[in-house]
Design a protein around this ligand. Structure first.
Ligand SMILES: O=C(O)[C@H](O)[C@@H](O)[C@H](O)[C@H](O)COP(=O)(O)O
Length: 255
């Protein structure tokens, strides 16, 4: 494993129910820690399978979420009511299963303006919500694709490594459709108190090992290295298969 300057935890969950339970526990721990000091718990969320998994974790946890705000770690540059919109996916899923979460708690991007303006506007919205440009999320929930992308930071794209002051950047050439997106930058991601990857499916087994065990920096996910927070990896059995068979299995939690 690469030497790390931050706490790193791994859970390989035997079943999807156990994975959802791990996620519920993280939500409970991070929200209660945040709400001890402040009135709002601020969490960054991602699309893909996380939409259903997070909704299930929230339903199972029965946590009170009225002081929570949900931000989008990345968003596809499509109208709000488009089937491709991550905001729309959460709105639909939560509306049906978590009716106490109001749409106003989902801080969405304005995709009616130009792509550049959309990224700037979303950064301004975040700064406004935090009341400072030194933005520290309480929790970021990230997915990872089989190509090692996370948020909308894709391999072989120069943007993902940049040392930028920007919190949110536009992406015009995403290899995964749609082409145009906005995404949190690495400095914003790495400034969070807790960053949690939730990765499922056998197609990710190899890249999970290459990112989290080998620390292979050709994958954007391997650049997620919290400066002061914790990094947690939760996988299902299929995505974590090569972790369990590697020499590092003794340092992993199986649950
Ligand atoms: O905008 C997107 O294209 C998705 O949000 C995408 O980035 C997703 O988060 C990962 O590909 C992991 O998705 P799965 O967990 O569904 O594999």
């Amino acid at each position: 494993m690469p030497s790390r300057k931050y706490p790193f935890h791994v859970n390989v969950a035997e079943t999807e129910d156990i994975l959802v339970q791990s996620l519920s526990e993280i939500l409970e721990r991070c929200s209660s820690k945040a709400l001890k000091n402040r009135q709002t718990f601020r969490v960054g969320i991602s699309g893909g399978s996380l939409v259903q998994l997070l909704t299930r974790a929230l339903v199972a946890s029965k946590l009170k979420t009225d002081c929570w705000k949900f931000f989008f770690c990345d968003e596809r540059y499509v109208p709000d009511d488009d089937n491709e919109s991550t905001f729309n996916a959460y709105r639909t899923e939560m509306h049906a299963k978590l009716p106490t979460i109001l749409e106003s708690q989902l801080i969405k991007a304005n995709t009616t303006i130009s792509l550049d303006a959309c990224a700037c506007d979303y950064a301004a919205r975040i700064i406004d919500e935090f009341g400072t440009s030194c933005v520290v999320f309480d929790l970021l929930l990230l997915g990872m694709g089989p190509d090692g992308h996370t948020c909308s930071l894709f391999p072989d794209r120069p943007q993902f490594q940049v040392h930028t002051e920007q919190l949110v950047i536009p992406i015009r050439d995403s290899p995964k459709p749609p082409l145009e997106r906005i995404t949190f930058t690495l400095p914003l991601i790495n400034n969070a108190n807790d960053v949690v990857f939730v990765v499922t499916g056998a197609s990710k087994a190899d890249v999970v090992k290459r990112v989290f065990i080998d620390g292979d920096k050709s994958f954007p996910s391997a650049w997620v290295e919290p400066t002061h927070g914790n990094l947690t990896l939760i996988t299902d059995k299929a995505a974590g298969a090569k972790l369990l068979s590697s020499d590092c299995s003794t340092s992993l939690n199986r649950c």
